[in-house]
Ligand binder design. Structure first.
Ligand SMILES: NC(=O)c1ccc[n+]([C@@H]2O[C@H](COP(=O)([O-])OP(=O)(O)OC[C@H]3O[C@@H](n4cnc5c(N)ncnc54)[C@H](O)[C@@H]3O)[C@@H](O)[C@H]2O)c1
Length: 268
């Protein structure tokens, strides 16, 4: 069996963890490439044996079996439409970029027309299988709470007149729908967007953003209630050692998705 061919868009903290794990994988192994922006400072860190690509034409020539985006919302806009148009499956982590309905609809149309497939990573969250199962429930209530230490939201706290270093109790920065949250904090709400897309959509997904001086990591709390029952889920993620803004688990979640993509047995 020949090596599986994978292109990663960007080479930051998450992509580096993924590349390291895939390079160590046993038979049939992976042939890897990274798509970098011109002049990217990441170029010097790309390990030997991993091809550095500079444009879509080079992605097409590399002929990947799978493309993975772990680079940010800008990268989704810049490179994902072209990859889908090439007919490729593209696994994205920056799901918050899909809160723009017009852009999302265009991606879906491109995937349909070109034969590509947009795959959404569960990323820092779990429980999306349950949320998918209840998405059409008549009495569905879905709420997501993001709980982070003050350092994660210091600018927002100062804007509200709080001193992040002196916060003595939790402060709710935002309470509303996932649609409103995505517009206010587009870069921070990949998890809310994943829940909204797995579940009843951006308008019907409730979001609370809480700054908690007692929080040590990034905690996600999801509560679901419907005629089918209830779910309460709390995940406390450790930050990535190389990028404290991202959770360490995200690369592992993407690796699990890569495994599913190539596996003859798929857990849905
Ligand atoms: N779904 C989730 O739960 C979840 C969780 C954490 C992070 N993420 C997403 O993953 C992304 C990457 O996280 P990270 O910790 O690796 O960040 P990072 O800052 O360490 O790395 C991002 C890399 O992407 C590169 N990049 C940016 N735009 C690019 C483009 N248009 N083309 C190619 N490369 C580009 C940057 O130069 C950088 O090297 C985040 O921006 C976030 O959107 C998702």
């Amino acid at each position: 069996m020949s090596a599986r061919r994978v292109v990663l868009i960007g080479y930051g903290a998450i992509a580096a963890d993924i590349v390291a794990a895939l390079r160590a994988a046993r038979e049939p192994g992976y042939a890897l490439a990274v798509l970098l922006r011109p002049g990217s400072s990441s170029a010097g860190r790309v390990p030997e044996g991993v091809a550095a690509l500079s444009g879509l034409d080079e992605v097409a020539t590399f002929a990947p079996d799978l493309v993975i985006e772990a680079a940010g919302h800008g990268a989704v806009r810049e490179s994902v439409p072209g990859c889908l148009a090439l007919g490729l499956p593209v696994l994205i982590s920056s799901i918050g970029a899909l809160h723009d309905e017009t852009f999302f609809a265009a991606l879906v149309a491109t995937a349909r027309d070109g034969g590509g497939r947009l795959l959404l990573a569960s990323g820092a969250l779990g429980g999306l299988d349950y949320v998918r199962a209840v998405r059409h429930a008549k009495q569905l209530e879905l709420r997501y709470q993001s709980r982070k230490p003050p350092a994660a939201w210091s600018g927002e706290l100062r804007a509200l007149g709080h001193d992040p270093a002196a916060l003595s109790r939790p402060v709710t920065l935002f309470s509303g729908t996932a649609r409103e949250a995505a517009a206010l904090y587009p870069q921070n709400l990949n998890v809310a967007a994943a829940l909204a897309l797995a579940g009843p959509g951006f308008e019907a997904t409730g979001v609370d953003v809480v700054c908690d001086p007692a929080a040590t990591g990034n905690t996600h709390v999801v509560t679901v209630s419907s005629e089918f029952g209830t779910m309460a889920l709390e995940i406390a993620n450790q930050p990535s050692p190389t990028n404290p803004k991202s959770s360490w688990i995200v690369a592992q979640a993407i690796l699990a998705a890569v495994d599913q993509h190539f596996s003859p047995v798929v857990m849905m």
